[in-house]
Design a protein around this ligand. Structure first.
Ligand code: AR6
Length: 488
């Protein structure tokens, strides 16, 4: 773990940040330490046809939202009634989770909520037209474009999601950026998860109400054109290091690395509804990640989203139904020259395999699909030398809810990382299917094969699986390859 590249130690100076056709910057440049960034209206000169998010302050409900500031709110019933009163479309939601979260607070927590946190949410939401003074482009499919926001602007957007002011987008390729479903139990079983998520969100606003952060966050959509997709089988890249870590987690121990988000193709997945696995956890401990859900269209197979600079506000314990908010996290990551924390998350969605389709994952079609996805997620500009490329912190991508095979997927990720000249740190999360991982990797290293050769081995394995009559006795990928190496 100590030998792999991490930021900031491995990073190269960024140079001056300038607006350009692939960037929209919502604050004035240059960013300076210890100053809250000021809003900017300068448009980027975009060659592409842009479409924009419709902002709540241009709609009918805004006058009602403004009224919230003058309301006396001291009980949970008043709280939910007043938010719901801003928009008739909110009537059908009970907001019972929001009510419960506040009811379960002790007296002093409630006092802080009513005196500080909720008034901050209102004022931060209402500041939106003063803070974001140019339209927000939709990060549409096939677009290489980045949006640069200050952390204060992110908070204002999230405060609007809390007050449920954004309309449901007319396009199905976008999420609805609102907390309505998080505030309400829609299906049985999710109550505890939603309560814990909401505690994280409320704690984020409490922290912001006391201290306005001065940093910035970038949301970058990247698209790899089909003609730029490498020919996997002929890759001469030698395999990079894969370090197995059995006890750590991506966000805790992958500090300074490119941290993989095991994403849904609609970024954020079910974070604003009932889900509570890797992606949702990552997003609620660092709520600025949720901002991506406002403007990011569904990812295509050859797309990934990089989010740079988010701050972690919450600690947590448990996972899924046992997840609980475990208090404040004080994020001590340094900021880069553009004001962003040295925390890079990449959202990449694996393929979901239904129970009766699990076996299809070894086909060339899905192998190529996953490889393309990992490649677009891991690639760097050609000018960036290998020594400046951080390692990738990943793990059982696509192997939980999505039912992938971690042995097969780990090798796919290793090929992609190697072709992008980056080491990989693999957090196994104690998955039993990877019990022989370290010895397998040691054997693989001694074979000195190229990425292309490993790819061809995976193709061969897929062919082997497809010829089996009974899938029960299938030889696992690691065993299959180990036997093959030995027999050579
Ligand atoms: N660090 C390292 N490994 C982890 C961590 C962590 N913090 N958390 C979980 N794992 P899953 P998927 C391991 O199911 O299959 C979401 O709803 C653990 O072994 O989240 O790609 C998204 O929005 C776990 O079983 O990823 C998508 O809709 C495995 O990673 C969907 O789930 C996979 O985690 C994606 O499902």
């Amino acid at each position: 773990m100590d030998i792999v590249n991490r930021e900031p130690e491995c990073s190269k100076p960024l140079g001056e940040l300038k607006p350009g056709p692939e960037r929209t910057i919502f604050y004035q440049l240059p960013w300076t330490e210890d100053v809250i960034p000021k809003p900017s209206s300068s448009q980027s000169s975009t060659p592409m046809q842009m479409e924009y998010i419709s902002m709540p302050f241009n709609g009918k409900v805004w006058a009602e939202v403004k009224n919230l500031a003058s309301k006396q709110i001291r009980t949970s019933q008043q709280l939910i009634d007043s938010i719901k009163s801003t928009n008739p479309s909110l009537k059908r939601f009970s907001f019972n989770i929001l009510k419960q979260v506040v009811d379960e607070m002790n007296e002093s927590e409630q006092k802080i909520f009513y005196d500080e946190t909720f008034p901050f949410i209102i004022s931060s939401a209402l500041a939106l037209p003063d803070l974001i003074i140019q339209p927000i482009p939709i990060l549409k499919q096939k677009m290489n474009h980045s949006l640069f926001f200050s952390q204060q602007q992110c908070a204002s957007l999230l405060a609007n999601a809390f007050l449920c002011t954004f309309d449901k987008p007319t396009k199905s390729k976008l999420n609805h950026f609102t907390f309505t479903e998080l505030f309400t139990v829609m299906r049985p079983g999710a109550t505890k998860r939603k309560l814990e998520k909401l505690k994280c969100i409320i704690n984020y606003f409490r922290r912001l109400s006391r201290n306005t952060p001065k940093g910035t966050v970038t949301f970058e959509r990247r698209y790899l054109e089909a003609k730029k997709t490498p020919d996997w089988s002929s890759s001469e890249s030698s395999l990079k290091r894969l370090i197995v870590n059995n006890n750590g987690s991506i966000e805790k121990d992958g500090i300074g690395m490119l941290q993989v988000d095991f994403a849904h193709k609609l970024i954020g997945g079910k974070v604003l509804t009932y889900g509570m696995v890797q992606e949702e956890i990552r997003f609620v401990v660092s709520p600025e990640l949720i901002v991506s859900m406002l403007f990011t269209e569904t990812m295509l197979e050859n797309e990934a989203i990089h989010i740079i600079g988010t701050e972690q506000f919450n600690d947590y314990a448990g996972y899924s139904d046992t997840f609980s908010m475990a208090g404040d996290h004080f994020d001590s990551r340094p900021l880069d020259e553009w004001g962003r924390r040295f925390t890079k998350v990449v959202a990449m969605d694996a393929v979901y395999f239904a129970v009766d389709r699990v076996i299809t994952q070894y086909s060339k079609k899905y192998l190529d699909r996953e490889l393309t996805k990992a490649y677009v997620a891991f690639m760097e500009n050609d000018e960036i030398d290998e020594k400046h490329r951080s390692a990738i912190a990943t793990g059982n991508w696509g192997c939980g809810v999505y039912r992938g095979d971690p042995q097969f997927k780990s090798l796919i990720q290793l090929i992609a990382a190697s072709m992008c000249h980056r080491d990989l740190v693999y957090f196994t999360f104690k998955d039993k299917r990877l019990s022989n991982f370290e010895s397998f990797i040691a054997g693989l290293e001694s074979e000195k094969i190229t990425s292309g050769q490993l790819y061809n081995d995976l193709i061969e394995y897929g062919n082997y699986v497809s010829t089996l009559v009974s899938r029960q006795n299938r030889e696992q990928v690691f065993d299959y390859l180990q036997r093959k190496f030995k027999s050579k």
